[in-house]
Design a binder for this molecule. Structure first.
Ligand code: SF4
Length: 227
């Protein structure tokens, strides 16, 4: 297990503006001030592990003695022998600020800016893994992002990381949600071709989409999507 507690997130105001769908000539005073607020509140940290694949079956793998069931995951790990499970968090202070904020628009802005900060922290974990393990390309999967790999898989993923709460302060609720809320989990895996779960996800409106839906690819993965 390794912990990264020196992650630096520098939010770019222009990226924030685009995320908030604001025009370039908009008055950004409020957003600028909220970016500063978020920067001061976040405490980005990550925990990760190097976990080896023990077994592969048709639609599941056993990693570190724990079964992970998903056709997509199994296909992605076809030529892979190890994965890097992780949890990344911004800590609890941003969430506390949001809970105390009664202005809906301001709360929405804080949420979006926090999500950008979380993504930035995850990308820094990726860079760390690439450099430490001399890996050219990494893709990731997150439990709950596809019905094929549901949120219930948070349990085994967390178990691959030991005591996540003691290490970086993130715990799973009974409903398998993470607290603090501004936390993400998943695993990175080495790949030759970039993979995004979004390629298999037909959801029409999603601000977080990272790649276009690819119906043919979904067919290759055996993912049945309702239209
Ligand atoms: S399109 Fe949105 S909901 Fe679908 S996998 Fe990507 S981020 Fe998740």
């Amino acid at each position: 297990m390794a912990i990264l507690d020196c992650i630096t997130v520098n939010l770019n105001l222009d990226k924030v503006r685009k995320k908030l769908h604001m025009k370039p000539d908009s008055n950004l005073n409020q957003v600028r001030s909220l970016v500063d607020t978020v920067q001061q509140l976040i405490e980005p940290k990550a925990i990760y592990n190097v976990s080896y694949i023990d077994e592969k079956s048709e639609d599941s793998v056993v990693v570190g003695g724990l079964p992970l069931k998903s056709r997509v995951l199994r296909k992605n790990l076809d030529r892979v022998e190890r994965i890097f499970p992780y949890v990344v968090t911004l800590g609890s202070k941003l969430g506390e600020k949001q809970n105390a904020c009664s202005d809906l628009l301001e709360n929405y802005y804080l949420d979006c800016i926090g999500n950008l900060a979380l993504t930035s922290a995850r990308k820094q974990l990726k860079k760390h893994l690439q450099s430490k393990f001399a890996l050219k390309k990494l893709s990731f999967m997150a439990p709950g992002s596809l019905s094929d790999w549901p949120i219930e898989e948070q349990g085994p993923l967390f178990r691959l990381l030991g005591d996540v709460e003691a290490s970086i302060g993130v715990r799973l609720t009974r409903n398998l949600l993470m607290l603090p809320a501004k936390s993400i989990s998943g695993f990175y895996f080495p790949t030759e071709v970039s993979f995004y779960s979004c390629q298999l996800c037909p959801r029409k409106k999603c601000d977080s989409r990272k790649a276009k839906y690819d119906e043919a690819l979904a067919g290759e993965y055996g993912v049945q999507n309702k239209k």
